[in-house]
Design a protein around this ligand. Sequence first.
Ligand SMILES: [Zn+2]
Length: 350
Amino acid sequence: MKPEELLQQLQQAPDFLKLTLAHPDFLPFASYQLENGTDIQIWDTGVIYCQPKQFGQQDIVLSSGVHGNETAPVELCSELLNKVLAGKLLLTERVLFLFGNPPAMNAGVREIQDNLNRLFSGHHSKEPGVQSAERERAKKLESYVLKFFDEAPQGLRERKLYDLHTAIRGSRFEKFVVYPFLHGKNWSKNQFEFLKACGANTVLLMQTPASTFSYFAAQSCKAHGFTIELGKARPFGQNDMSRFADAAAAFRALISGGELATTEFNEADFNLYEVRRSIDKTTEAFKLHFADNIENFTTFDLGTVLASDQGVEYRVEVEGEAIIFPNPKVAVGQRAMLMVKPVSVTGKVS
Ligand SMILES: [Zn+2]
Protein backbone atom coordinates (compact mmCIF):
# COMPACT_ATOMS: atom_id res chain seq x y z
CA MET A 1 0.00 0.00 0.00
CA LYS A 2 1.25 3.46 -0.89
CA PRO A 3 1.20 6.29 1.67
CA GLU A 4 -1.25 8.34 -0.44
CA GLU A 5 -3.64 5.42 -0.63
CA LEU A 6 -3.40 4.87 3.10
CA LEU A 7 -4.17 8.51 3.87
CA GLN A 8 -7.07 8.55 1.46
CA GLN A 9 -8.62 5.52 3.13
CA LEU A 10 -8.02 6.87 6.63
CA GLN A 11 -9.55 10.22 5.79
CA GLN A 12 -12.58 8.63 4.18
CA ALA A 13 -13.23 6.35 7.14
CA PRO A 14 -11.17 7.28 10.21
CA ASP A 15 -10.68 3.76 11.54
CA PHE A 16 -7.00 2.99 12.04
CA LEU A 17 -7.61 -0.40 13.68
CA LYS A 18 -9.51 -1.56 10.60
CA LEU A 19 -6.62 -0.55 8.37
CA THR A 20 -4.20 -2.23 10.74
CA LEU A 21 -6.11 -5.51 10.66
CA ALA A 22 -6.37 -5.33 6.86
CA HIS A 23 -2.58 -4.86 6.69
CA PRO A 24 -1.33 -6.75 9.76
CA ASP A 25 2.32 -6.93 8.71
CA PHE A 26 3.09 -3.49 7.39
CA LEU A 27 1.81 0.01 6.79
CA PRO A 28 4.05 2.67 5.26
CA PHE A 29 4.93 5.89 7.04
CA ALA A 30 2.34 8.57 6.29
CA SER A 31 1.32 11.82 7.91
CA TYR A 32 -1.37 14.45 7.67
CA GLN A 33 -3.00 17.15 9.73
CA LEU A 34 -6.54 17.23 11.07
CA GLU A 35 -8.62 20.39 10.65
CA ASN A 36 -8.13 21.13 14.35
CA GLY A 37 -4.35 21.24 13.82
CA THR A 38 -3.53 17.81 15.27
CA ASP A 39 -0.62 16.15 13.48
CA ILE A 40 -1.21 12.48 12.73
CA GLN A 41 1.67 10.19 11.82
CA ILE A 42 1.39 6.53 10.95
CA TRP A 43 4.64 4.86 11.92
CA ASP A 44 3.73 1.27 11.14
CA THR A 45 0.79 -1.10 11.22
CA GLY A 46 -0.85 -0.62 14.62
CA VAL A 47 1.35 2.36 15.46
CA ILE A 48 -0.03 5.89 15.19
CA TYR A 49 1.23 9.09 16.72
CA CYS A 50 -1.03 12.04 17.49
CA GLN A 51 0.29 15.47 18.38
CA PRO A 52 -2.16 18.28 19.02
CA LYS A 53 -1.20 21.84 18.12
CA GLN A 54 -0.92 22.72 21.78
CA PHE A 55 -0.02 20.09 24.29
CA GLY A 56 0.79 19.71 27.95
CA GLN A 57 3.65 18.04 29.77
CA GLN A 58 2.68 14.42 29.53
CA ASP A 59 3.81 11.93 26.91
CA ILE A 60 1.32 9.08 26.93
CA VAL A 61 1.54 5.66 25.28
CA LEU A 62 -1.71 3.70 25.14
CA SER A 63 -0.99 0.11 24.22
CA SER A 64 -3.44 -2.73 23.59
CA GLY A 65 -3.51 -6.05 21.74
CA VAL A 66 -0.03 -7.16 22.80
CA HIS A 67 -1.94 -10.42 23.27
CA GLY A 68 -4.09 -10.79 20.15
CA ASN A 69 -7.19 -12.29 21.76
CA GLU A 70 -7.50 -9.63 24.46
CA THR A 71 -9.98 -7.57 22.56
CA ALA A 72 -11.73 -5.30 25.06
CA PRO A 73 -8.76 -2.94 25.47
CA VAL A 74 -8.28 -2.91 21.69
CA GLU A 75 -11.89 -1.82 21.25
CA LEU A 76 -11.52 0.76 24.01
CA CYS A 77 -8.38 2.32 22.49
CA SER A 78 -9.71 2.12 18.95
CA GLU A 79 -12.81 4.03 19.97
CA LEU A 80 -10.75 6.79 21.59
CA LEU A 81 -8.39 6.96 18.61
CA ASN A 82 -11.21 7.07 16.06
CA LYS A 83 -12.75 10.01 17.91
CA VAL A 84 -9.41 11.79 17.69
CA LEU A 85 -9.09 11.00 13.97
CA ALA A 86 -12.65 12.13 13.30
CA GLY A 87 -11.89 15.45 15.02
CA LYS A 88 -14.42 14.73 17.77
CA LEU A 89 -11.90 14.49 20.58
CA LEU A 90 -9.23 17.17 20.87
CA LEU A 91 -6.09 15.91 22.55
CA THR A 92 -4.25 18.01 25.09
CA GLU A 93 -1.20 15.71 25.25
CA ARG A 94 1.08 13.90 22.83
CA VAL A 95 -0.23 10.35 22.50
CA LEU A 96 1.15 7.24 20.85
CA PHE A 97 -1.47 4.55 20.22
CA LEU A 98 -0.12 1.02 19.80
CA PHE A 99 -1.97 -2.11 18.72
CA GLY A 100 0.62 -4.70 19.67
CA ASN A 101 0.11 -7.87 17.67
CA PRO A 102 -2.16 -7.41 14.61
CA PRO A 103 -1.56 -10.89 13.06
CA ALA A 104 -2.57 -12.52 16.37
CA MET A 105 -5.61 -10.23 16.59
CA ASN A 106 -6.71 -11.42 13.15
CA ALA A 107 -6.21 -15.04 14.14
CA GLY A 108 -8.05 -14.52 17.45
CA VAL A 109 -5.11 -15.96 19.38
CA ARG A 110 -2.88 -14.74 22.19
CA GLU A 111 0.25 -15.11 20.06
CA ILE A 112 1.31 -16.58 16.72
CA GLN A 113 4.64 -18.01 17.90
CA ASP A 114 5.95 -16.21 20.96
CA ASN A 115 4.35 -14.44 23.89
CA LEU A 116 5.03 -10.84 22.88
CA ASN A 117 4.90 -9.64 26.47
CA ARG A 118 7.94 -11.77 27.36
CA LEU A 119 10.20 -10.26 24.73
CA PHE A 120 10.92 -6.70 25.84
CA SER A 121 14.06 -5.16 27.34
CA GLY A 122 16.11 -6.92 24.70
CA HIS A 123 14.69 -10.42 25.31
CA HIS A 124 13.67 -10.41 21.61
CA SER A 125 17.33 -10.84 20.69
CA LYS A 126 18.61 -13.01 23.56
CA GLU A 127 18.59 -16.25 21.58
CA PRO A 128 20.81 -15.79 18.55
CA GLY A 129 19.37 -17.31 15.39
CA VAL A 130 15.84 -17.67 16.80
CA GLN A 131 13.37 -15.57 14.84
CA SER A 132 9.66 -14.93 14.97
CA ALA A 133 7.21 -12.22 14.01
CA GLU A 134 6.74 -11.40 17.68
CA ARG A 135 10.49 -10.97 18.26
CA GLU A 136 10.63 -8.54 15.33
CA ARG A 137 7.59 -6.72 16.60
CA ALA A 138 8.92 -6.38 20.15
CA LYS A 139 12.11 -4.85 18.80
CA LYS A 140 10.14 -2.37 16.68
CA LEU A 141 7.71 -1.47 19.47
CA GLU A 142 10.66 -0.67 21.71
CA SER A 143 12.13 1.61 19.07
CA TYR A 144 8.80 3.41 18.50
CA VAL A 145 8.31 4.03 22.20
CA LEU A 146 11.88 5.31 22.59
CA LYS A 147 11.42 7.59 19.57
CA PHE A 148 8.15 8.91 20.97
CA PHE A 149 9.72 9.82 24.30
CA ASP A 150 12.98 11.08 22.77
CA GLU A 151 11.21 13.43 20.38
CA ALA A 152 9.27 15.19 23.14
CA PRO A 153 10.28 18.78 23.81
CA GLN A 154 12.91 19.33 26.48
CA GLY A 155 11.82 20.17 29.99
CA LEU A 156 10.01 18.68 32.92
CA ARG A 157 7.71 16.08 31.40
CA GLU A 158 5.88 13.02 32.61
CA ARG A 159 6.22 9.83 30.62
CA LYS A 160 3.47 7.23 30.84
CA LEU A 161 2.79 3.88 29.25
CA TYR A 162 -0.37 1.96 29.95
CA ASP A 163 -0.35 -1.51 28.43
CA LEU A 164 -3.92 -2.77 28.52
CA HIS A 165 -4.76 -6.45 28.75
CA THR A 166 -7.48 -8.84 29.78
CA ALA A 167 -6.67 -12.00 31.73
CA ILE A 168 -7.15 -15.59 30.54
CA ARG A 169 -9.25 -16.47 33.56
CA GLY A 170 -11.65 -14.61 35.81
CA SER A 171 -10.35 -12.76 38.84
CA ARG A 172 -11.55 -12.28 42.38
CA PHE A 173 -10.84 -8.63 41.62
CA GLU A 174 -12.05 -7.99 38.09
CA LYS A 175 -9.48 -5.32 37.24
CA PHE A 176 -5.93 -5.39 38.47
CA VAL A 177 -2.60 -3.86 37.69
CA VAL A 178 0.93 -5.17 37.50
CA TYR A 179 3.24 -2.41 38.70
CA PRO A 180 6.74 -3.21 37.42
CA PHE A 181 9.78 -3.38 39.67
CA LEU A 182 11.19 0.11 40.34
CA HIS A 183 14.52 -1.06 41.77
CA GLY A 184 13.76 0.36 45.20
CA LYS A 185 12.27 3.69 44.12
CA ASN A 186 8.99 4.73 45.72
CA TRP A 187 5.70 3.75 44.12
CA SER A 188 3.75 6.72 42.71
CA LYS A 189 0.83 8.05 44.72
CA ASN A 190 -0.56 9.93 41.70
CA GLN A 191 -0.46 6.79 39.63
CA PHE A 192 -2.29 4.78 42.30
CA GLU A 193 -4.95 7.49 42.25
CA PHE A 194 -5.22 7.32 38.47
CA LEU A 195 -5.43 3.51 38.49
CA LYS A 196 -8.24 3.64 41.02
CA ALA A 197 -10.09 6.08 38.76
CA CYS A 198 -9.77 3.41 36.04
CA GLY A 199 -11.56 1.00 38.36
CA ALA A 200 -8.39 -0.93 39.11
CA ASN A 201 -7.61 -0.84 42.84
CA THR A 202 -5.86 -4.20 43.01
CA VAL A 203 -2.17 -3.80 42.37
CA LEU A 204 0.55 -6.39 42.17
CA LEU A 205 3.89 -4.81 43.07
CA MET A 206 6.76 -6.59 41.36
CA GLN A 207 10.15 -7.05 43.01
CA THR A 208 12.22 -8.31 40.11
CA PRO A 209 13.02 -7.19 36.56
CA ALA A 210 10.77 -8.62 33.85
CA SER A 211 10.55 -8.98 30.10
CA THR A 212 7.22 -7.16 29.89
CA PHE A 213 6.38 -3.99 27.97
CA SER A 214 5.55 -2.11 31.16
CA TYR A 215 8.88 -2.98 32.80
CA PHE A 216 10.67 -1.83 29.64
CA ALA A 217 8.79 1.49 29.88
CA ALA A 218 9.63 1.90 33.56
CA GLN A 219 13.24 0.82 33.40
CA SER A 220 14.47 1.83 29.93
CA CYS A 221 12.26 4.88 29.34
CA LYS A 222 11.90 6.15 32.94
CA ALA A 223 8.15 6.25 32.38
CA HIS A 224 5.30 5.38 34.70
CA GLY A 225 4.56 2.00 33.15
CA PHE A 226 1.75 -0.42 33.96
CA THR A 227 0.19 -3.63 32.76
CA ILE A 228 -3.52 -3.19 33.38
CA GLU A 229 -5.77 -6.24 33.33
CA LEU A 230 -9.27 -5.02 32.61
CA GLY A 231 -11.23 -8.27 32.95
CA LYS A 232 -11.56 -11.59 31.20
CA ALA A 233 -10.54 -12.11 27.57
CA ARG A 234 -13.43 -12.48 25.12
CA PRO A 235 -13.65 -12.43 21.28
CA PHE A 236 -14.16 -9.16 19.35
CA GLY A 237 -17.70 -7.86 19.64
CA GLN A 238 -18.49 -10.02 22.69
CA ASN A 239 -17.24 -7.59 25.31
CA ASP A 240 -19.64 -5.83 27.60
CA MET A 241 -18.05 -2.41 27.21
CA SER A 242 -20.05 -1.01 30.12
CA ARG A 243 -17.65 -2.95 32.38
CA PHE A 244 -14.82 -0.81 31.04
CA ALA A 245 -16.62 2.52 31.29
CA ASP A 246 -14.49 3.80 34.19
CA ALA A 247 -11.26 2.97 32.40
CA ALA A 248 -12.49 4.46 29.11
CA ALA A 249 -13.56 7.67 30.88
CA ALA A 250 -10.26 7.91 32.76
CA PHE A 251 -8.11 7.48 29.65
CA ARG A 252 -10.27 9.88 27.70
CA ALA A 253 -9.89 12.50 30.44
CA LEU A 254 -6.15 11.85 30.69
CA ILE A 255 -5.45 12.51 27.01
CA SER A 256 -7.93 15.32 26.45
CA GLY A 257 -7.61 17.43 29.59
CA GLY A 258 -10.86 16.24 31.12
CA GLU A 259 -11.65 16.04 34.79
CA LEU A 260 -10.28 12.86 36.36
CA ALA A 261 -12.43 11.22 39.02
CA THR A 262 -9.53 10.71 41.43
CA THR A 263 -9.51 10.66 45.21
CA GLU A 264 -6.51 11.11 47.46
CA PHE A 265 -4.43 7.98 47.92
CA ASN A 266 -5.43 5.90 50.89
CA GLU A 267 -3.93 2.46 51.19
CA ALA A 268 -7.16 1.10 52.67
CA ASP A 269 -8.85 1.63 49.26
CA PHE A 270 -6.48 -0.84 47.59
CA ASN A 271 -5.71 -4.54 47.52
CA LEU A 272 -1.93 -4.57 47.35
CA TYR A 273 0.08 -7.71 46.70
CA GLU A 274 3.66 -8.66 46.12
CA VAL A 275 5.08 -11.74 44.50
CA ARG A 276 6.25 -14.35 46.97
CA ARG A 277 7.51 -16.85 44.42
CA SER A 278 7.33 -17.74 40.78
CA ILE A 279 6.63 -21.32 39.77
CA ASP A 280 8.19 -22.35 36.48
CA LYS A 281 7.22 -25.24 34.26
CA THR A 282 10.39 -27.32 34.20
CA THR A 283 9.10 -30.44 32.40
CA GLU A 284 6.15 -31.54 30.26
CA ALA A 285 4.79 -33.28 33.36
CA PHE A 286 3.81 -29.93 34.88
CA LYS A 287 0.21 -29.98 36.06
CA LEU A 288 -2.13 -27.70 38.00
CA HIS A 289 -4.17 -29.29 40.77
CA PHE A 290 -7.10 -26.92 40.68
CA ALA A 291 -9.90 -26.36 38.18
CA ASP A 292 -9.56 -24.20 35.07
CA ASN A 293 -12.19 -21.78 36.32
CA ILE A 294 -10.39 -20.95 39.59
CA GLU A 295 -9.97 -17.19 39.60
CA ASN A 296 -6.82 -15.12 39.91
CA PHE A 297 -6.12 -14.07 43.53
CA THR A 298 -7.86 -17.16 44.94
CA THR A 299 -6.37 -18.36 48.24
CA PHE A 300 -6.21 -21.96 49.47
CA ASP A 301 -5.67 -23.65 52.83
CA LEU A 302 -2.12 -23.98 54.05
CA GLY A 303 -0.51 -27.13 52.65
CA THR A 304 -2.87 -27.53 49.67
CA VAL A 305 -1.11 -28.99 46.64
CA LEU A 306 -1.47 -26.43 43.85
CA ALA A 307 0.75 -27.85 41.15
CA SER A 308 3.17 -30.64 40.46
CA ASP A 309 6.06 -31.17 38.10
CA GLN A 310 8.49 -34.06 37.56
CA GLY A 311 9.32 -35.17 41.13
CA VAL A 312 8.11 -32.01 42.87
CA GLU A 313 4.90 -30.75 44.47
CA TYR A 314 4.04 -27.10 45.04
CA ARG A 315 1.97 -26.41 48.14
CA VAL A 316 0.58 -23.31 49.82
CA GLU A 317 3.41 -22.24 52.11
CA VAL A 318 2.01 -19.26 54.02
CA GLU A 319 -1.39 -17.97 55.08
CA GLY A 320 -2.97 -15.66 52.49
CA GLU A 321 -0.79 -16.85 49.62
CA ALA A 322 -2.85 -16.47 46.43
CA ILE A 323 -2.43 -17.71 42.87
CA ILE A 324 -2.15 -15.50 39.83
CA PHE A 325 -1.65 -16.09 36.08
CA PRO A 326 -1.65 -19.91 36.27
CA ASN A 327 -1.08 -21.28 32.77
CA PRO A 328 0.09 -24.89 32.40
CA LYS A 329 0.31 -24.46 28.62
CA VAL A 330 3.41 -22.25 28.66
CA ALA A 331 6.59 -23.61 27.09
CA VAL A 332 8.94 -25.64 29.29
CA GLY A 333 11.27 -23.24 31.11
CA GLN A 334 8.67 -20.47 31.35
CA ARG A 335 6.70 -19.19 34.31
CA ALA A 336 3.55 -21.23 34.86
CA MET A 337 2.15 -19.40 37.89
CA LEU A 338 2.90 -16.68 40.41
CA MET A 339 2.20 -16.92 44.12
CA VAL A 340 1.42 -13.58 45.72
CA LYS A 341 0.73 -12.29 49.21
CA PRO A 342 -0.80 -9.10 50.64
CA VAL A 343 1.65 -6.27 51.31
CA SER A 344 1.67 -2.70 52.61
CA VAL A 345 3.30 0.27 50.86
CA THR A 346 3.45 2.49 53.94
CA GLY A 347 6.64 4.52 53.70
CA LYS A 348 7.27 3.37 50.14
CA VAL A 349 4.90 5.62 48.25
CA SER A 350 5.24 9.28 47.33
ZN1 LIG B 1 -2.40 -10.10 28.11
